[in-house]
Write a protein that binds this ligand. Structure first.
Ligand SMILES: Nc1ncnc2c1ncn2[C@@H]1O[C@H](COP(=O)(O)OP(=O)(O)OP(=O)(O)O)[C@@H](O)[C@H]1O
Length: 472
């Protein structure tokens, strides 16, 4: 590896890091090795053909940005793909240097023509430089469920008639990673690609604050304000970040009034409802309530399944149904975490050239999901309880209704509820796909028996001690 290539790639990584979530950054950019620099062409080595395609499909714009800001407007990027000698997993890898652009790489069936990052159409250049909208965030890719129905349909109404519905401002709030950015950018993309020529601008509050601070430092606050007052659709993400920033809030107040009076659309996101936003001026908060406030919840199981299916379909990757269901049952925190697990699973399968199956999914989950790693897990509870009652662990998941097995199963469900963060649905799933109402019934029965049956109570307390001694 040349030290020049290394220095250029490190510079690129610094740019990329600012635009890509941490987990995706370490999954997709850390394994890349810079190979050589010839003129303004940097060659990077990637672990597989799939890896190359993934980078091209998902990170082409950010790669382009990184290369251009490091090597200038004539900068180019070429890939070298590590190939598997003899197609055997035990053989060492050898490196070949197919030049993207000169010798196109074979593509996966149905995949779009592979392109160098520098051949992309100018529309993408535009979103990076101007609207800041990610073209992948559309209504089409945003799965609908009970969790987001109101916000999604309000968003769609706004996208159809920006500025003239009563949903102005539209404020979308919800916990981390539940799809706020995706939804508001989908609105932005819909308007931008619509028949009218609207200037849509997406900006994070953080960026808005920094731009404002810079404009004060450089003495051009007027051009800052003029710029924002020209926008037709202003989308500001994570508005809670304005808390305590009094001067920025004052400036935003004027911009808000100007846009609203001129029937321009304002779209905001926040991590909590307006009433809970601390450190924001009352006059701003009251304006946020003028339009519509809609919340996003964690998608339910069926919606999570649909999100995974859509994501995998769009990547042209097949995952068996039992793996999809396992992921959807187990990751019930937020959609970003769900996507993180999917990405790790795909990357792992690709790097090690193995099929995606339930066993692989379980291994990946162990490394990622905190409560499985740090606390007593359902597997461990099942093993401990079945040993205690001297039955087979599989019986806990089986259909059998023998009394001693039913009791052991109920006790194991009771502890799964007490010791893990799994939802009732997820617990039911780990016990042979039972319903969440079965888990509620089990917990109730164990509580009742503990009150009336001393032997049973002693057994449960005994088991509790064993489980508490365990630390993963
Ligand atoms: N309903 C959905 N359908 C498809 N993808 C979704 C959905 N909800 C969320 N996602 C995906 O989950 C990921 C996280 O979403 P997003 O970044 O929009 O969340 P957020 O609420 O803005 O998070 P933060 O609070 O960190 O800003 C994105 O990749 C997004 O595409």
């Amino acid at each position: 590896m040349s030290s020049e290539a290394n220095a250029v790639w490190n510079e690129c990584l610094r740019v990329i890091e600012q635009h890509v979530p941490e987990q995706s950054f370490s999954t997709w950019f850390r394994p890349v090795n810079p190979v050589r620099l010839e003129g303004s062409t940097l060659t990077i080595q990637v672990p597989s053909q799939f890896f190359y395609e993934w980078l091209e499909d998902n990170y082409v714009n950010v790669l382009k940005l990184a290369i251009k800001s490091t090597l200038g407007p004539n900068g180019r990027l070429e890939y070298a793909v590590v190939v598997d000698k003899g197609n055997s997993q035990n053989q060492p890898y050898v490196v070949s240097y197919p030049q993207v652009g000169n010798t196109p790489l074979a593509k996966k069936p149905g995949a779009p023509e592979a392109k160098s990052p520098f051949d992309i159409p100018s529309i993408n250049e535009e979103w990076l430089m101007q609207s800041n909208l990610n073209p992948n965030y559309t209504f089409n890719t945003y799965i609908e469920g009970d969790c987001n129905r109101l916000a999604r349909s309000a968003g769609f109404a706004v996208a159809t008639k920006p500025g003239i519905t009563s949903f102005n401002p539209l404020m979308v709030y919800g916990g981390v990673g539940l799809g706020k950015t995706h939804l508001v950018q989908a609105i932005g993309n819909e308007i931008k690609n619509g028949p009218e020529d609207k200037f849509v601008l997406y900006v994070s509050s953080e960026k808005f604050v920094n731009q404002f601070m810079d404009s004060i430092k450089d003495g051009n606050v007027k051009s800052f304000t003029n710029f924002y007052m020209q926008v037709d659709v202003l989308i500001i993400d994570d508005i809670q970040f304005l808390a305590g920033k009094d001067r920025t809030q004052e400036m935003f107040f004027h911009i808000f009034n100007h846009l609203h009076q001129n029937k321009k659309q304002i779209i905001l996101t926040s991590d909590c409802p307006p009433k809970d936003l601390k450190g924001l001026e009352e006059r701003l908060l009251s304006r946020f309530k003028w339009g519509l406030t809609a919340d996003l919840q964690m998608p339910d199981f069926e919606t999570r399944v649909a999100i995974i299916r859509r994501k995998m379909q769009s990547e042209g990757i097949y995952i068996p149904d039992d793996v999809i269901e396992y992921l959807a049952y187990t990751v019930d925190t937020n959609v970003r975490e769900l996507e993180g697990v999917m990405i790790s699973l795909i990357a792992h399968a690709s790097l090690n050239r193995v099929e995606i199956d339930l066993a692989l999914a379980k291994t990946i989950m162990k490394n990622i999901v905190k409560d499985i790693e740090n606390e007593v897990g359902i597997d461990f509870i099942q093993k401990t309880v079945s040993d205690y009652f001297d039955i087979k662990t599989e019986d806990l998941k089986a259909k059998t209704r023998k009394k001693e097995i039913v009791t052991a199963r109920q006790v194991a469900m009771y502890f799964s509820k007490e010791f893990t963060n799994h939802s009732l649905k997820s617990i039911g799933y780990h016990f042979g796909g039972r319903d969440h109402s079965t888990v509620i019934h089990a917990v109730q029965t164990v509580n009742d028996l503990m009150e009336t049956d001393t032997t049973f109570r002693n057994a449960v307390n005994d088991l509790k001690k064993k489980l508490k001694m365990r630390s993963y």
